[in-house]
Design a protein around this ligand. Structure first.
Ligand code: FES
Length: 124
């Protein structure tokens, strides 16, 4: 019989004021030693990995359009709500690098009393 371990501990950490990330913009933060991207898409906040799984492009330096972030290096696109790859890198880039884009990890984000908090577990 399988038994569940102790419930995973979640800790919301305050990272900034909501006004620090105006609608249509995004910023990078380091939380618990992990680089994350926090975006404000029309008033809805999202938090995902900041480092592109393809070849380590820094996503906060990319482009935000709605809930889609585009990597500044080879143009892979990711959905901020799910972390899913929306558009992979071009086949020539896949051939040259031997790698495809992969989904981003998403993190819980809350905005309360004008403060943005995220739940980013420490690396195990
Ligand atoms: S590093 Fe992001 S698409 Fe290649």
């Amino acid at each position: 019989m399988l038994t569940a371990g102790p419930p995973e501990k979640t800790v919301m950490q305050n990272i900034c004021n909501a006004t620090d990330i105006p609608a249509g913009s995004m910023k990078g933060f380091t939380v618990n030693g992990r680089q994350i991207l926090v975006a404000n898409a029309g008033g809805s906040f999202f938090a995902v990995d900041a480092v592109c799984p393809h070849m380590h492009g820094y996503l906060p330096a990319g482009r935000l359009s709605g809930t889609t972030v585009t990597c500044p290096v080879h143009g892979a696109q990711y959905d901020l709500a799910t972390g899913a790859v929306q558009k992979n890198v071009p086949w020539m880039v896949r051939m040259a690098t031997g790698r495809s884009a992969a989904n981003l990890q998403t993190f819980r984000v809350e905005v309360k009393d004008g403060q943005v908090s995220v739940d980013v577990p420490a690396p195990s």
